[in-house]
Design a protein around this ligand. Sequence first.
Ligand SMILES: Nc1ncnc2c1ncn2[C@@H]1O[C@H](COP(=O)(O)OP(=O)(O)O)[C@@H](O)[C@H]1O
Ligand SMILES: [Mg+2]
Length: 304
Amino acid sequence: MSEGDSRETENNQKVVGVRRLKEAMAKPASTRIFTVANQKGGVGKTTTTVNIAAAMAMGGLRVLVIDLDPQGNASTALGVEHRDSAGIYEVLMGDTQMIEVIKKVAGFPVLDCVPSNTSLANAEINLVSMVARELQLKEAIESISVNYDYIFIDCPPSLGLLTINAFAASKELLIPIQTEYYALEGLSQLLETYGVVKKRLNPSLNLSTIVLTMFDSRTRLSNDVAANVRSHFPAELIDIPIPRAVRVSEAPSYSQTVMTYDPLSPGAIAYMQVAREIAERGKAKEEVVFDSNVVSINYKGGIA
Ligand SMILES: Nc1ncnc2c1ncn2[C@@H]1O[C@H](COP(=O)(O)OP(=O)(O)O)[C@@H](O)[C@H]1O
Ligand SMILES: [Mg+2]
């Protein structure tokens, strides 16, 4: 077994081997860069980021997660050392290069993580005085994006400069919506910010994907929220709700995603299906190439 194929997680649960699905997921034509954002906390941004990323890596895609939240929950869930090492903060401040802070997530073919650390909490203030303060992340990503099929940026629960940096660096926006009472509150503010960024900073940003999280099919509320989102965002919604499931919430305390912690649990299966659907929607179209130099001649018999 090569180095990186096994590791002891913080709670001594051993992850062994490299996880790979039998049926590979479709590759995009070029790197798809997603911001995962919602200024509400606790709606499933981090959970959605790490599990979709892990599922895609298992599907044979090359995936990078950038942890842009000072809390470092994505780094924790991926079992990546982050508290005492340089991470995305040092990159944003221009103190180090992106390539220097990329860490490999053990147990997956190609799943990498740029961790955050607590210094990142200073970024909102320290970025303000920088030239092109909204574009620091975009510039940093440009140097490494060709190495990946998918890049996911996990945002903090605010619409501050960190999230704006993510918007500016991305091609697509993924919004996780928790299927509960206040789910749609705040969505208009998020969409407004998205509109401003699209107009002023990044015209190619596209709200492409909405994922419903913590869905409880027994409650009318969950079903009402789902129906509401379905009617407003029929094209963007991935209509495979992620169920509220205890294994999903347990996994991070074992420094794992649910994809390795309990791959056959309902939450893992749902995230796997959502990941496959996102990959399907973004797959490279097969080009029909007509080569005018090749002329098909059907000879019958010999040369006349
Ligand atoms: N499908 C789910 N089932 C059960 N618990 C979940 C689910 N998704 C997320 N959680 C839990 O809800 C909390 C908030 O999720 P998290 O992904 O950290 O949200 P955010 O990043 O938006 O703040 C976490 O404790 C997480 O483990
Ligand atoms: Mg989070």
